[in-house]
Every structure is written in structure tokens, then in C-alpha cells.
Write a protein that binds this ligand. Structure first.
Ligand SMILES: Cc1cc2nc3c(=O)[nH]c(=O)nc-3n(C[C@H](O)[C@H](O)[C@H](O)COP(=O)(O)O)c2cc1C
Length: 179
């Protein structure tokens, strides 16, 4: 089982969580870490190369910090450019069918805020629905998301602990997606 992790963080230099996650995942043998903002600083995505990478992997992970209740912009650009008709969807677009798909998201807001009555009102499952719908249209199996929330107040130790948990989860999703 080969796993592709697409990392989308516009400022990894200053990242606490996503940088630690990426560094940890790079140590995994069957995991390919693909750092989108460093490869495509001008948003000019090499569609053929990205599609080839998808074909070579069985499990696709999108890793990003939650920005305005969604992903940073380059990941949306990646979806628009790479998930083309005839490749990802449509009657002959069957290339992603049967692959596993999951999200790994860090958020400033704490878990309690992401529920009815919390200050963000909606759950992460509700807010990530477009990714789930995308996976569904492409015939991919949407797995529970790996979430690290309330990251502003987390100790270095907790961040490292989550990096270990993420490495275990992406390589064996039958484990639960909690920290
Ligand atoms: C432009 C921007 C938008 C953000 N939007 C959200 C948001 O909608 N919800 C949230 O919980 N946190 C939001 N945050 C906080 C980030 O999710 C948080 O800084 C990030 O997960 C930390 O990860 P890092 O240490 O890898 O940078 C936002 C941060 C920025 C810079």
C-alpha cells in the first residue's frame, strides 16, 4: 500500500504543526510527501506529473492548516487542475476509483468550537463536505479525517505526539483518527 501525502501550507517556515507532521511522514518508507507550495510557488501545476503521482499511489492524503474553513488556495487550484474529466470523473474517468482518501488538518479553533452551539457553529465533518463529495464523485473511499485542533496553545511535546499518531494513522487507517 503506497501513500501519497500532498502538503499545502503557504508558509512552512513558520509552521509548528504541519512542518512537524511533514518531517515525521518523510521518514515513512511507503509514504511519498509532496510539498505543493515549494514545487508550485507560482500556482502553475504540472497536471501530468500530478496525475502520474496519483496513479502510483493507493491512498491519497491532503494535509493542510484550516484556512477560512477550508484549505489554502493552492490545494483548491490543485483540485481544479488535476481532477479532470476523463481522468477523475466522467464515464471514462475511472483512474482514482477504489483509492483511499483522507484529510489531515490542523486548526486554530479548538474541537469544542466546531459543533452546534460552539463559536464556529459547524462540525469539521460538515465543513469538509466538499472534499468528501469530491472523493465520492471520483469513486474514492473517504476515510475519517485526522484532526489536530486548538493548535495555538499546544506544547511542542503534544505536536510531536500528534506527528507520531498521524504517521501511524496514514500508514494504518484502521487505527482510530484521534490524537
Ligand atoms: C489565513 C488564515 C486563515 C485561518 N482560518 C482558520 C479557520 O477558518 N479556522 C481555524 O480554526 N483556524 C484558522 N486559522 C488558523 C490556522 O488553522 C492555524 O494557524 C494552523 O492550523 C497552524 O498550523 P501550522 O503550525 O502548521 O501553521 C487560519 C490561519 C490563517 C493564517
Amino acid at each position: 500500500m503506497k501513500t501519497l501525502v500532498l502538503v499545502a501550507h503557504p508558509n512552512l517556515e513558520q509552521s509548528k504543526v504541519n512542518k512537524a507532521w511533514m518531517n515525521r511522514l518523510e521518514q515513512e518508507e511507503n509514504v511519498t510527501v509532496h510539498n505543493l507550495y515549494s514545487i508550485y510557488p507560482n500556482f502553475e501545476i504540472d497536471v501530468e506529473q500530478e496525475q502520474q503521482l496519483l496513479l502510483e499511489h493507493d491512498r491519497i492524503v491532503l494535509q493542510f492548516p484550516f484556512y477560512w474553513y477550508s484549505s489554502p488556495a493552492l490545494l483548491k487550484q490543485w483540485q481544479d487542475a488535476v481532477l479532470t474529466y476523463g481522468f477523475a470523473y466522467g464515464s471514462t474517468g475511472t483512474k482514482l476509483q477504489g483509492k483511499e482518501f483522507m484529510l489531515a488538518i490542523s486548526s486554530g479553533g479548538a474541537a469544542e468550537a466546531y459543533q452546534a452551539g460552539g463559536y464556529n457553529h459547524y462540525s469539521m465533518s460538515e465543513l469538509t463536505r466538499p472534499f468528501q463529495a469530491t472523493a465520492n464523485l471520483c469513486g474514492m473511499h473517504f476515510l475519517p479525517s485526522f484532526l489536530l485542533q486548538g493548535v495555538m496553545t499546544l506544547t511542542e511535546e503534544k505536536v510531536q505526539h500528534s506527528a507520531e499518531a498521524l504517521a501511524a494513522y496514514v500508514t494504518n487507517p484502521s487505527l482510530r483518527a484521534d490524537q
